[in-house]
Design a protein around this ligand. Structure first.
Ligand code: G3I
Length: 450
């Protein structure tokens, strides 16, 4: 059963100001440099006042521990259940936090019905799952861990039923994710990728580099940062973060916890993030030791009585000492910005526009298309509307860079607020996602300008 999420707007991060007073909470200290400080919570914590009090005071990003995973959100094929995920989303956003979505495609915690599928059928089920879940949360989340833990320790792909559908399963997931919600950051998330010289780190790095070079949509890498006795903070962690960031992606520490909450290691991992401009934030996997999946190791920042531990102070101090702020979050300069020139009146009749369609991606249950709208006239257009007719059985699930009327048969798409103005010989495009068993191109394309 699908339950609507609340309409509470996604909170945005505060402006960075490295010269401001030190923050006295984790979130305030992180926000000084345009970063966030997050935690993971299970649905059972919604009734735990001790947890909620600290969450509200210290954190400005939330991740659901299990409630947005594939087995939770699509227990039976095509039957989505967002109740548990929405409960966490609603509480977090009602308390001014943003939400990271975790996760869409993973070898673990899969819906039971994926277990009886393979090959193209499993690939289709994965894409359908991504479309279904991302449509529900469209425009509401900060980021999605699109794919989780897909590499083995030796740097090759982890063997799994998803990997067996073909080596391109990860990029297929990312392409589908971009189409389903163009507004959310798309992350690859994994553990044991903190040590720069480790084979698994290099495997993930090479995949991200390949994706960026081929235009596969990806915005961020999540380093889970589970430091155990056997794999503690590596001295080259800063190199790992800056190397990933240099590929043109954000990096984030997504599930941090450290054996016995070593204050030195917590300070080190925080400093590493705070010194890399594109390291956007840190999330701990729980808040108190009693919340942890590694509870016997007491790996979190608060003890079982909700008291901050020495590691808390070390993290707070490292956040307040950040040497870089996240690009685009600095306080705007105080110099006045000149008023842009007003748009000159349209002279003569508006030029004619044309609409050209191309297929950009397809899979078993649907496809993604793009229409280029071009102004072939000699004067500026101030609006356009494209009409197109879908083949039988095709339904539009999502449109971006345009506003659609209708979802099947003849559909019209007009410009969005920001791309209606087209100078002479200029062009723009909108994209759309179609569900249906064929990739038959839409027919009867017309473009009307105003
Ligand atoms: O809800 C059932 C309960 O009804 C049943 O009685 C009980 C019996 O074992 O199991 C309960 O489900 C457990 C679930 O957590 C909720 O507590 C599952 O067995 C257990 O496997 C599951 O563990 C989760 C684990 O992911 C599964 O892989 C942990 O809570 C969760 O913290 C952990 O999170 C992962 C991240 O997603 C990815 N990175 C590693 C991280 C830690 O393992």
């Amino acid at each position: 059963m699908a339950v609507a999420v609340s309409s509470v707007a996604v909170a945005s991060s505060a402006h960075a100001d490295l010269t401001g007073p030190p923050g006295t909470s984790l979130k305030a200290a992180a926000e000084r440099s345009g970063r966030y400080f997050g935690a993971a919570m299970g649905g059972d914590r919604l009734n735990d006042q001790g947890f909620l009090t600290i969450a509200n005071r210290e954190f400005d990003m939330m991740t659901a521990v299990n409630e947005m995973k594939p087995d939770a959100t699509e227990p039976n094929r095509g039957q989505f259940d967002f109740r548990a995920g929405d409960a966490i989303y609603n509480w977090a956003t009602q308390h001014g936090m943003r939400v990271r979505g975790h996760t869409l495609a993973w070898h673990a915690q899969q819906p039971r019905f994926w277990g009886s599928l393979s090959g193209g059928a499993l690939r289709t089920a994965m894409i359908d799952h991504i479309n279904g879940v991302m449509s529900h949360y469209r425009g509401k989340l900060y980021a999605w861990d699109v794919v989780n833990e897909a590499f083995a320790e030796n740097g090759s792909r982890r063997q799994s039923n998803l990997q067996a559908t073909g080596n391109d399963w990860i990029e297929a997931a990312f392409r589908a994710a971009r189409a389903a919600d163009p507004s959310v950051k798309l992350c690859y998330n994994d553990y044991n990728i903190e040590n720069w010289t480790y084979a698994k780190t290099q495997g993930v790095y090479n995949m991200i580099r390949d994706f960026k070079s081929r235009g596969v949509p990806i915005d961020c890498v999540g380093l889970q940062t589970h430091f155990t006795g056997g794999s503690s903070l590596p001295s080259n962690f800063p190199t790992t973060l800056s190397s990933f960031a240099a590929l043109g992606v954000d990096v984030a520490l997504t599930e941090a916890d450290v054996t016995n909450a070593s204050a030195t290691q917590y300070a080190g991992l925080t400093q590493a993030c705070a010194n890399v401009p594109r390291c956007v934030g840190i999330t701990t996997w729980g808040i108190r030791d009693s919340d942890s999946w590694r509870g016997s190791e007491n790996p979190l920042l608060f003890d079982r009585n909700s008291n901050p531990k020495p590691a808390y102070t070390s993290v707070l101090n490292a956040l307040n000492a950040a040497s870089t702020s996240v690009p685009g979050t600095s306080t705007p300069p105080s110099t006045p910005v000149s008023t842009p020139p007003s748009i000159p009146p349209v002279s003569g009749s508006p030029g004619a526009c044309t609409a050209t369609y191309r297929l950009t991606n397809s899979w078993g249950g649907g496809f993604q298309g793009e229409v280029t709208v071009a102004n072939n006239g000699s004067s500026t257009l101030h609006g356009w509307t494209v009409r197109l007719t879908l083949a039988g059985g095709q339904t539009i699930a999502n449109v971006w860079n345009g506003v659609a009327t209708g979802t099947s048969g003849t559909v019209s798409v007009r410009n969005a607020d920001y791309n209606g103005s087209l100078g002479a010989n200029a062009s723009t495009s909108f994209g759309f996602l179609v569900n249906g068993s064929t990739t038959t191109a839409p027919g009867g394309l017309t473009c009307t300008s105003s």
